[in-house]
Design a protein around this ligand. Structure first.
Ligand code: NI
Ligand code: MN
Length: 227
């Protein structure tokens, strides 16, 4: 079965690959875009790009209910341990590890990572997955960074990029990110959750198609894409 990636609104995604279910940046209960509630997800692994509430909000209850292993930077894993989350896998930027679902590397993201209680959340990251049927990149919350040119070597099949501006790249910089990353396909995220990050995703996808060699797919919350 091919890898399937489902958009759960904002920057929350579910990946089904190699018989495992991965949940990225769980933000469901107070996410006005979320198509499901936090009790209906059943992940084997939870992955966190950084410590902000709109990426970590439902992590602890889901981890405790499902016993999913949480993969994040070491600083967030340490904090999760203090909150009673027992099974974590700490990593740091630039490091890769082979998991049951495939290989994950944490990549550079330019952003913040403070945890909801004000604790230090380490450095924010992007997620670069090498799965059994392709390479998938989640930029996380980030500015445009020239380091993205290095990731083109990975041969990215699908890149998930924030386009909402204000907290992350906006549409213009996200378009330059597509040029740097050279993915086969790109999917926008982190927009329209609140008015301050409103963006026209269809217009942006049209610009991707007309000015780069990548294809673009806009997912509504609840919709899936196959690798
Ligand atoms: Ni953030
Ligand atoms: Mn965010």
């Amino acid at each position: 079965m091919p890898t399937t990636i489902t958009f759960l609104g904002h920057a929350t995604f579910e990946i089904e690959t190699a018989g495992k279910r991965l949940l990225i940046d769980p933000f469901l209960e107070n996410n006005p875009q979320a198509p499901v509630d936090s009790n209906s997800v059943q992940p084997d692994f939870i992955l966190l790009t950084h410590g902000h509430f709109d990426h970590i909000a439902d992590c602890i209850p889901i981890a405790k209910r499902t016993s999913a292993q949480v993969i994040a930077n070491a600083d967030i894993c340490h904090w999760l341990g203090d909150q009673g989350v027992k099974d974590t896998h700490p990593m740091h930027i630039g490091g890769a590890h082979q998991f049951e679902f495939g290989t994950l590397k944490l990549t550079i993201a330019h952003h913040g990572s403070m945890l909801p209680d004000g604790s230090y959340g380490g450095n924010p990251a992007g997620l670069l997955f090498t799965l059994e049927d392709g390479v998938v990149y989640f930029a996380g919350d980030t500015a445009l960074t020239y380091d993205m040119t290095l990731l083109a070597d990975a041969g990215i099949d699908i890149a998930f990029l924030p386009i909402g501006d204000n907290f992350t790249m906006g549409p213009d910089d996200a378009l330059r990110a597509v040029e740097f990353l050279q993915p086969k396909r790109v999917v926008p995220c982190h927009y329209n959750t609140w008015p301050v990050i409103a963006a026209d995703a269809d217009a942006w996808a049209g610009r991707v198609t007309s000015t780069t060699s990548a294809a673009a797919t806009v997912l509504k919350p609840g919709e899936s894409i196959r690798l």
